[in-house]
Design a protein around this ligand. Sequence first.
Ligand SMILES: [Mg+2]
Length: 185
Amino acid sequence: MTIHSHIRSQDVERAARQRLHERGVSIKDVAEVVFKMQAPYNDTLTMEDCIESVDRVLEKREIQHAILVGVELDVLAEKGLLSEPLQSLIAQDEGLFGVDETIALGAALGYGSIAVTTYGHLDKQKVGVIEKLDTKEGERCHTFLDDIVGSIAANASSRIAHRHRDIQDGMSDEDIVLRDEEDRL
Ligand SMILES: [Mg+2]
């Protein structure tokens, strides 16, 4: 199959954000997890900081791609459209199936060790919207989405931790913005 067409980054970002929205996850939901993760280390942290951080993380292509792949598989499993045994592995969120975690962890690597360790914590201690997604009741399949939301929250947490230090160190606003732009690649 060789189809060559230009895929605009803006379209990918819009689709990824739309997918999260369709699956019932808002930026505020993820920001609440970020707040819980970072408030112990940051006295001045506000929900606005966390919302902004999640929004910035959603500008990252690696995150957008993880959302698109993960949600697609969840939705196909919900509709029973995957072939066996993958259909059952994903639909049942089988205990030893770890590709959901692998994708989410991979998407957390761009924001350094705080993102990785926070992701690991959220994988074990389901917090806020992640806990809601993790419950296996109902029609919906969230095998991939719970981990991807954990990854977004972990990245946004790490971004806040590093920016907090930059601000404490007296870094200029322009340098902080510049560093943020680099992080977003
Ligand atoms: Mg999962």
